[in-house]
Design a protein around this ligand. Structure first.
Ligand code: ADP
Ligand code: MG
Ligand code: MG
Length: 278
């Protein structure tokens, strides 16, 4: 962080598609505040991806919600464009699930707590006109470790592919293949990015419950399996009927038949254990 005197780097949090994310201390407060800073190389990179970088900053800063990572400030270093944001000390959900041995999965109640927060945070974002388009385990952070059975707060991050509805409906298929909705895989000329986000929530729920993805990118006919919603429930993992009901109604190939945000929010499984008025 050459030249930026009030920040000192104290660690590395992750390598993303385009840059790195470091952990730093903001020395302007006493005690210093822990922050995460995403560093994007300046020059050609930022020029080539200007549209996405601008959307990431604009869309994320327009969202102020406890379940969405908040932006603190954006500044330039001699070499990078730096996006300073709230630090989530529990790390990302991939590490917490699939990246974690031996099971790589969560108990149903824990998965529900994460899913409830994901839906509430996403609903807020959708109401503000912003679709995320890159929802996945790596982009869901936790404010602290909750493996002891406590309930960490979820923080949705990475608005790098996000889109505001005022910018015409989505045309480009962006995201990560395993999480992409059938209509995105099919390259449909105008898909509803909010409905595609809901599909990704289904993939995330499946992965949390079963410790694996519903669609395996290494298998033959991977794309075909997504577009026909051809996935298997695992009988060896015990999951309640209510939970399977919501899962199988979210992972529906046709966007028009897929559960809507309002249907999810009023489903019996979703409402369980949720504080009233949440
Ligand atoms: P990319 O667009 O390159 O995927 P992300 O914003 O998703 O970048 O960040 C990459 C990784 O860095 C995340 O998956 C997460 O592990 C870590 N990370 C990002 N932001 C934070 C944060 N605010 N607090 C803690 N870890 C973070
Ligand atoms: Mg990411
Ligand atoms: Mg990104």
């Amino acid at each position: 962080l050459a030249g930026i005197k009030h920040y000192v780097q104290i660690g590395c949090l992750g390598h993303g598609t385009f840059g790195i994310v470091i952990k730093a201390l903001d020395l302007r407060s006493d005690p210093p505040t822990e922050v995460a800073i995403k560093l994007l190389p300046r020059g050609d990179f930022v020029k080539n991806y200007q549209l996405y970088v601008r959307r990431e900053i604009q869309n994320q800063s327009s969202l102020r919600h406890p379940l969405i990572v908040s932006l603190r400030e954006v500044f330039l270093t001699p070499t990078h464009l730096a996006i300073a944001m709230e630090y989530a000390q529990g790390g990302d959900l991939f590490n917490y699930t699939l990246g974690h041995r031996p099971h790589g999965r969560l108990a149903e109640q824990q998965a529900r707590w994460i899913f409830q927060q994901l839906i509430i945070g996403l609903d807020y974002s959708h109401r503000r006109g912003v679709a995320n388009r890159d929802l996945k385990l790596e982009n869901l952070l936790l404010d602290r470790d909750g493996r002891d059975g406590t309930r960490p707060l979820l923080k949705i991050c990475d608005f790098g592919y996000s889109k505001h509805e005022q910018n015409s409906s989505a045309k480009t298929g962006v995201g990560t293949p395993v999480y992409m909705a059938p209509e995105v895989i099919l390259g449909e000329s105008k898909y509803d990015a909010k409905k595609a986000d809901i599909w990704s929530c289904g993939v995330i729920l499946y992965a949390m419950l079963y410790g694996k993805y519903p669609f395996d990118a290494k298998e033959a006919r991977f794309a075909r399996k997504i577009v026909t919603a051809d996935y298997k429930l695992l009988p060896e993992v015990e999951v309640s009927m209510d939970c399977l009901d919501i899962l199988t109604r979210v992972l529906v190939a046709s966007p028009g038949d897929r559960m809507s945000m309002d249907e999810i929010k009023t489903h019996a499984w979703f409402l369980k254990g949720l504080p009233p008025g949440a």
